[in-house]
Ligand binder design. Structure first.
Ligand code: GAP
Length: 535
């Protein structure tokens, strides 16, 4: 599947629109249309149901070290600025960027790759943002153009070494930027904090600056005591939150994959330090299985453990759940979710102040006068175990997923082109979204075969009977084959048709989107049958 086909379908059928499109759009921001909003809600609801409300805390879940509890939270997007100073986001949450003086484009320093090439004694570094074979081809074309050569003379270019990151170069005077025609147009890399800043209050100055949260996680940490004190949860337990996060990404791209406003679905799971490895393993495997159960194919989904030098400043172990998105080069995967073992980093930071790693130790970072660089709240974040009489700071396992990335992966996986017989029996191309029934925006569509003989009245009655139980759609316009195609394209798993037999014996036809099988059932059994099939 080409990404362009999915993007076109998303616009045509109301899944996703560019934000503020009538004004030319705003890069990195997206609007979900009538179908997209249902799909994303279903992704969020499946997550909340499977992780929180559907969780049975009286039983040991398969693979879990013990029984555990799950509760939810919904925190403010804007929090006290000290939260981000202590968490490390204020000092550490930044990317390096380079600007191109010629094209005026901006790139993430670590995402520009290039390769040295020589022609008649002149050596240049040809840079590109694309990777893999796409990047190779782009660099080949750029080099040919730069040296004013034709494709048939491509052999005269002497490529040297493998592609390397721009970040490995000290001198960029021989660099041909990704969108430049001349050499040396890229600026020195500059640091760029990814948090969006705003001001609280009408008269606010710099001291009233606050940030839009770049992750939902911190809201959970700062409420750790509130949750403990207001409920009867005891270690081990998890707190879940779904909400918007904001990052001023330098290069938002690949549809919704890297946006500036997006939604996260995060769990902070608090456990005893001695059990943390086992819980890390549990959540890593459980979250991977969640995507498989909802339809992502095993050969396009992988669990990848981070190498030590890849770990975030807080993490003592992280695994990414990754999907082979179609906009990536063959063999490449993009992150869907990170499952991190964060140790006691976050709770300790909010208690003592911003921590830094010194060897294997986490210590409070000090300024030149020996005072904490960013002071913590001073609130005690210890947990007291009534039974063992032990006092300790819980360790945290964090499965952190993106609702938009998950939605995009489900869309990519679902997009299918096949050939099915049309009304005349001839094979015709069909585009369908083979979404898991739990995720499908509309669960069933109800059609009268023809717009006469009392069929619309019966179909409308069926529509009204189904409506309280699921999102259904009524359509009586056009040929029934075309109505089926329209539903296939938005992923509706079942179409129900009222025909002449319905009027005689009270049965209707159910058509399955994927197998195209059709069978009859009575009007009375319809709700129960569809509900069972939708699970
Ligand atoms: N609390 C940890 C945390 O925020 P992260 O890996 O930075 O970790 C977690 O983000 C998830 O949030 C990612 O796996 C991804 O699904 C989603 N995400 C992060 N940045 C995103 C962006 N710019 N656009 C869309 N989704 C994003």
């Amino acid at each position: 599947m080409e990404m362009d086909q999915l993007v076109a379908l998303c616009k045509r059928r109301g899944f996703l629109f560019q934000s503020s499109e009538i004004y030319g759009g705003l890069q990195g921001f997206w609007d979900y249309g009538p179908m997209g909003v249902e799909l994303k809600r279903n992704v969020r609801e499946a997550w909340w149901r499977d992780m929180v409300t559907g969780h049975n805390e009286l039983l040991v879940s398969p693979g879990a070290p013990s029984v555990h509890e799950m509760v939810g939270l919904d925190c403010a997007i804007i929090m006290h600025p000290q939260v981000w100073k202590v968490s490390g986001h204020y000092d550490l949450f930044h990317d390096f960027m380079v600007d191109c003086r010629e094209s005026k484009h901006r790139y993430r320093h670590d995402q520009v790759q290039g390769r040295w090439v020589e022609y008649r004694g002149k050596r240049i570094f040809v840079a590109s943002e694309a990777s893999g074979s796409e990047g190779e081809e782009e660099r080949r074309q750029k080099a040919l153009k730069f040296f004013d050569l034709r494709s048939k003379n491509a052999d005269e270019l002497q490529w040297q070494g493998e592609p390397v990151s721009l970040a490995t170069l000290k001198d960029t005077s021989a660099v041909l930027g990704p969108d430049a025609k001349t050499l040396g147009t890229l600026t020195e890399p500059r640091e760029f904090n990814l948090m969006f800043k705003t001001i609280v209050g009408a008269l606010g100055g710099e001291e009233d600056a606050v940030f839009l949260r770049p992750e939902t996680a911190q809201g959970i940490f700062v409420n750790f005591k509130n949750v403990m004190d207001s409920t009867r949860v005891g270690i081990p337990f998890g707190v879940a939150q779904i909400g918007k996060s904001f990052r001023n990404e330098i290069t938002p791209r690949n549809f919704t994959f890297r946006s500036r406003e997006f939604e996260q679905m995060e769990i902070e799971f608090f456990c005893h330090p001695s059990q943390s490895r086992a819980w890390y393993q549990y959540w890593r495997d459980r979250r991977y299985k969640w995507y498989l159960d909802l339809g992502l194919a095993g050969d396009r989904l992988r669990l990848r453990d981070h190498a030590v030098d890849e770990l975030s400043h807080y993490s003592v172990g992280t695994a990414d759940i990754e999907y082979a998105f179609p906009f990536l080069a063959p063999g490449e995967f993009g992150e869907l979710e990170g499952v991190a073992h964060r140790g006691d980093f976050d709770l300790r930071s909010h208690m003592e102040g911003k921590l830094v790693r010194r060897g294997s130790e986490l210590v409070v970072e000090k300024d030149a006068e020996g005072k904490p660089r960013h002071r913590g709240s001073g609130k005690d974040m210890n947990y007291f175990d009534d039974q063992t009489k032990e006092r300790f700071i819980p360790h945290v396992i964090e499965p952190s997923a993106g609702a938009d990335r998950a939605t995009l992966a489900f869309l990519c996986q679902a997009y299918t082109e096949d050939e099915v017989p049309d009304e005349s029996g001839k094979a015709a191309k069909r585009v369908s979204l083979k979404l898991h029934p739990r995720l499908a925006p509309i669960k069933a569509a109800v059609f009268p075969l023809v717009k006469k003989d009392g069929m619309p009245e019966v179909a409308k009655e069926i529509y009204s009977t189904l409506k309280p139980f699921m999102n259904v759609f009524y359509d009586e316009k056009g040929a029934v084959g075309r109505r089926y195609r329209r539903q296939d394209e938005i992923g509706t798993p079942f179409c129900i048709t009222v025909d002449g037999d319905t009027l005689k014996d009270g049965t209707v036809t159910i058509r399955d989107r994927d197998s195209l099988k059709q069978w009859r059932t009575t009007k009375e059994d319809l709700v129960a049958e569809l509900r069972q099939r939708l699970q």
